[in-house]
Design a protein around this ligand. Structure first.
Ligand SMILES: [Zn+2]
Length: 153
């Protein structure tokens, strides 16, 4: 096989546990990282956040509309926490980080909902994907190599 261009991000398919929710997206697991955050919901739900290389590369395949997903919002309701309405698996979050007066668009899937690559290559070994940590509890997006207070490995 010829070498792929460096910016060719493999498209991955993912799903909830029962398969009701399915999606595809471009994820660079070789060069990218998974983010763990110490904020109240990321910590309690044990999120492993993985952002697609671009928001447009993400597509919800089933169900046909986000309105058919379980959607949890709280506080300023800037972020949708989407889960499967049947099996309750958290699948992705989408919305805005409130950073003082700024609102930064944000979207991430749960890395542990990835199933396979659409190019036929074997799925990446998640053990080899670097985990980075943010201090979402204090609205700080700086990435460190170890958890901030209140977080967990
Ligand atoms: Zn499900």
């Amino acid at each position: 096989m010829s070498a792929e261009p460096a910016d060719a991000t493999p498209t991955h398919a993912g799903s909830c546990h029962c398969g009701h929710v399915t999606y595809t997206g471009g994820f660079d697991l070789a060069a990218g990282h998974i983010v763990k955050c110490n904020c109240s919901i990321c910590h309690k739900k044990g999120y492993f956040l993985l952002s697609p290389t671009s928001t447009p590369s993400f597509s919800l395949l089933t169900p046909s509309s986000e309105s058919e997903l379980a959607d949890y919002q709280f506080a300023k309701k800037l972020i949708h926490h989407y889960a499967c309405p049947k099996c309750s698996t958290s699948v992705y979050i989408s919305g805005f980080f409130g950073m003082g007066k700024k609102e930064i668009p944000f979207m991430a899937v749960m890395a542990n909902t990835l199933d396979r690559r659409l190019d036929g290559e074997p799925p990446e070994d998640l053990r080899k994907v670097k985990i980075k940590y943010i201090d979402g509890r204090h609205d700080q997006l700086e990435l460190l190599d170890e958890p901030f207070p209140g977080g967990a490995w």
